[in-house]
Design a protein around this ligand. Structure first.
Ligand SMILES: [Ca+2]
Ligand SMILES: [Ca+2]
Ligand SMILES: [Ca+2]
Ligand SMILES: [Ca+2]
Length: 345
C-alpha cells in the first residue's frame, strides 16, 4: 500500500514537472532570441500619424476584422503573408478565424485561439470610441504597412491609448511605436507569437504603460560589428600632466543584415580585455552600415589623465556598438586593442 502511495506521488510529481518545463522551454523573454531567432531592441520614438490619411477600419468592441491587404509580402515565423486581421483588442494576426482576445492580454506563447499574432498593446480595449486605420506607404521594395490605434479607451471609458504596429517590406522587421499607452491596471501583453502558439518573444505582460518609445523586432540576428582598424600608429603625447591620445579607426559590419547607428567607445587598459575598472576616454558615433560595409577611416582624439602608475597603461581598447544598439550574432568580438607607447611623466 505504502509503495503504491509513493509511486503515485512520484508520477504526479513527474507530470507536474513536465508541465512546468513544457511552459518554460518556449517562453522567451526580451530581448530573445526566441526559438525562431526573433530578437528585440528598444528604439527611439518615431510616429508617422496616419489617422488623417489611412483607411478606416470599421469594427465593434471585441471583434476581429476581415482580411486586410498588407500591400506586399511579409514573412512571419517563416511563412509568407499578404493579409492581416485586426483585433479591436490591440493586436493583429495573420490567421483568419482567431479569437478577439477579450478580455485581457494573453500569455505568449500560448495556444489559446488568439495565435499567430503581433500584440502591440493587447488588453480589453474599447472600440468605438477611438479610431483604427491602416496604410501602406513608401517606395516599392522598402514599404511599410502601418496599423494605428488612435485614442482607443480601455473598456469601457478608461485611459485612451495611441500606438502603431508597423510591418517592414524586405527586412520583415516588426516595429511598434507608442505615442501614449497608459495602463488601466489590467494585464497587457506586448510581443509576438507563432501560428500554433508554441513560440514567441515577449516584451512584457502585466500592468505596463508605454509612452514615447519604440520597439523593433528582427527576424534574424545576423549583423556583426567589429573594430576592423585600430592601428598602433595611435599616439600618446604628453601635454604636461594631461596626455593626448590620437587613433584612427574603422568599424566593419561583417554580418549579412544591416546594422543601426551606434557608438564606438574607447578605454585604457593594462591588458587587451575590457574590464569594469578600465578608464573610459571617449566615444565616436558610427552610422548605420549595410551588410559588409565599413566606415570610412575616422580620427579620434582624447585628452586623458592617466592614473598612476602610468607605466601600466599599455593598451587602447575600441569597443564597437558600445550601447548595444545592434543585436549581433557575435557580441564577443566587438573589442579591439592597440598597443600604446607609454612614456613616464
Ligand atoms: Ca496565443
Ligand atoms: Ca474590448
Ligand atoms: Ca560583433
Ligand atoms: Ca551588440
Amino acid at each position: 500500500m505504502k509503495n503504491r502511495f509513493y509511486l503515485a506521488i512520484v508520477c504526479i510529481s513527474i507530470i507536474f514537472l513536465a508541465a512546468i518545463n513544457a511552459k518554460d522551454v518556449s517562453a522567451t523573454p526580451w530581448p530573445g532570441p526566441d526559438d525562431f531567432g526573433y530578437t528585440g531592441i528598444e528604439i527611439p520614438y518615431s510616429f508617422t500619424d496616419i489617422s488623417g490619411t489611412g483607411t478606416f477600419v470599421s469594427l465593434s468592441d471585441d471583434q476581429v476584422s476581415g482580411a486586410i491587404p498588407i500591400g506586399f509580402t511579409f514573412n512571419f515565423y517563416g511563412v509568407d503573408y499578404t493579409e492581416v486581421y485586426i483585433s479591436s483588442n490591440g493586436f493583429i494576426t495573420f490567421s483568419p478565424g482567431m479569437d478577439d482576445g477579450c478580455c485581457t492580454g494573453g500569455a505568449i506563447p500560448n495556444a489559446d485561439g488568439s495565435d499567430n499574432l503581433i500584440a502591440g498593446y493587447w488588453e480589453d480595449l474599447n472600440y468605438p470610441p477611438g479610431n483604427i486605420h491602416y496604410q501602406t506607404m513608401g517606395a516599392p521594395g522598402s514599404q511599410r504597412f502601418i496599423v494605428q490605434f488612435t485614442n482607443n479607451p480601455h473598456y469601457s471609458h478608461g485611459p485612451q491609448v495611441t500606438f502603431q504596429i508597423i510591418l517592414h517590406e524586405g527586412t520583415n522587421y516588426i516595429e511598434l511605436q507608442y505615442s501614449n499607452a497608459p495602463s488601466d491596471g489590467g494585464t497587457h501583453t506586448i510581443g509576438i507569437e507563432n501560428s500554433d502558439g508554441t513560440a514567441g518573444l515577449l516584451y512584457a505582460r502585466g500592468d505596463i504603460s508605454m509612452s514615447n518609445i519604440g520597439l523593433l523586432i528582427l527576424p534574424h540576428m545576423d549583423m556583426d560589428l567589429i573594430v576592423s582598424t585600430l592601428p598602433t600608429v595611435s599616439t600618446f603625447s604628453e601635454l604636461g600632466f594631461v596626455k593626448r591620445i590620437t587613433t584612427i579607426y574603422r568599424v566593419l559590419n561583417q554580418g549579412t543584415e544591416p546594422s543601426f547607428s551606434s557608438k564606438l567607445a574607447f578605454y585604457l587598459s593594462c591588458d587587451q580585455i575590457l574590464d569594469a575598472g578600465d578608464p573610459y576616454v571617449g566615444s565616436v558615433n558610427i552610422p548605420a552600415l549595410a551588410a559588409g560595409q565599413q566606415t570610412p577611416t575616422g580620427l579620434a582624439s582624447f585628452y586623458v589623465r592617466p592614473p598612476a602608475p602610468v607605466g601600466c597603461l599599455q593598451y587602447l581598447l575600441g569597443v564597437a556598438d558600445a550601447n548595444n544598439n545592434n543585436p549581433e550574432n557575435n557580441e564577443a568580438n566587438n573589442v579591439s586593442a592597440t598597443v600604446l607607447i607609454i612614456r613616464g611623466r
